[in-house]
Design a protein around this ligand. Structure first.
Ligand SMILES: *Cc1c(COP(=O)(O)O)cnc(C)c1O
Length: 354
């Protein structure tokens, strides 16, 4: 039986995408070849890559605005260094909102001066710092839109003329924003877009080419743009499944359509966390993420009972990250509202029998 999958990543994808992808593994659109054995230079795969890139830009409202979409490898973690390699000449500003932001800062320090404009470390990153300012002389400002581990999400961007670089790994394509405010957006596919193995980078071309260092080819955005994400063999299957997911998103009414479902799911779960005396939310209320809800038990003695209840209800993936403990329910785009209802019912049952 299909589980209610709240896994933080790799994560649930739409059932129709799983079905189409399985068919393509056997025979891609009747051409007599599996998607896994087709040349990435074939007409069929070049079309997949072009469609994936154009759907990504279309969903973000960035078509014809000087942006390029790239499907690369190495995960968001490679972007931590690639961003700095390509954009950091002297100084960059970073907002420290948790584990992933920290890792990005560590890599950037290899390339230049890093100003940490604010941090919520003292509170184990349970909120998003506000009222900080970004120095005017930085090459870019880097932030993490959604903190997958801590369950916080940025609702506002700072005022700055510097290009804004954003790690959107865990909330890309989940909510409407003015994406033209960003100079560069990156995301590992496996949180909201597709299987592990592909990394989406959306970059405004005019921010590139300003550093004096020599950039190795594989790490140079300009090289990848010039070769249409085919400088070397791309992660073909991961790009294909990402494309299917972006098509599915279009059928859901795009980002606007899925955002209303995401808000309904988040409201259902957070209302229960707040109502039920057995649970307490981890993240500050105004910074709560609709993608990853973090919560703890108020009474550890009911842990075993609650854990067996959700396991019996066929729920998967709600154990919290070791740096927060407790529980984390990840509610990415493809998770249906009905799965959240199952979790809420289990929380009520735990209260009833406690
Ligand atoms: C998961 C995650 C990462 C790491 O992604 P990889 O693709 O595994 O390198 C980075 N940033 C955020 C916000 C994440 O959620």
């Amino acid at each position: 039986m299909k589980k209610h999958n709240f896994s933080p990543g790799p994560c649930i994808l739409p059932q129709s995408v799983f079905e189409k992808a399985s068919q393509a593994v056997l025979d891609y659109e009747g051409v007599g070849l599996s998607i896994l054995e087709m040349s990435h230079r074939s007409k069929e795969f070049v079309e997949v890559m072009e469609r994936a890139k154009s759907l990504a830009l279309e969903h973000l409202g960035l078509q014809g605005k000087g942006y390029q979409a790239l499907f690369l490898q190495g995960g968001a973690s490679t972007q931590f260094l690639m961003v700095a390699y390509n954009l950091l000449e002297n100084k960059a500003a970073y907002l420290n909102t948790g584990t992933w932001a920290n890792k990005a800062i560590k890599e950037a320090k290899l390339f230049g001066e890093v100003v940490e404009v604010a941090s919520s470390k003292e509170a184990n990153f349970n909120y998003i710092p506000k009222n900080y300012s970004v120095p005017s002389d930085v090459d870019y400002f880097h932030c993490t839109s959604n903190n997958t581990i801590f369950g916080t999400q940025m609702k506002q961007l700072p005022d700055t003329d510097a290009p804004i670089v954003c790690d959107m790994s865990s909330d890309i394509f989940s909510r409407q924003m003015d994406f033209s405010k960003f100079g560069l957006i990156y995301a590992g596919a496996q949180k909201n877009m597709g299987p592990a193995g592909a990394t989406l980078v959306v970059v405004k071309e005019d921010i590139l080419g300003k550093v004096s260092r020599v950039i190795p080819s594989m790490l140079d955005y300009k090289i990848h743009i010039g070769k249409d994400s085919m400088f070397n063999t791309p992660p073909a299957f991961a790009v294909y499944v990402s494309m299917l997911t972006l098509e599915w998103l279009k059928d859901q009414g795009g980002i606007a359509g899925i955002e209303s479902v995401n808000n309904a799911k988040a409201e259902l779960l957070y209302n229960e966390i707040d109502r039920n005396p057995l649970f307490v939310g981890f993240a500050a209320e105004e910074d709560r993420s609709p993608m990853n809800a973090t919560f703890n038990l108020t009474d550890e003695s009911v842990k075993d009972r609650f854990d067996s209840l959700w396991q019996e209800a066929n729920i998967n993936g709600i154990s919290g990250h070791r740096s927060v403990g407790g529980y984390r329910a990840s509610m990415y785009n493809a998770l249906p509202l009905s799965s959240v209802q199952v979790l809420v019912d289990v929380m009520r049952e735990a209260e009833r029998i406690s």
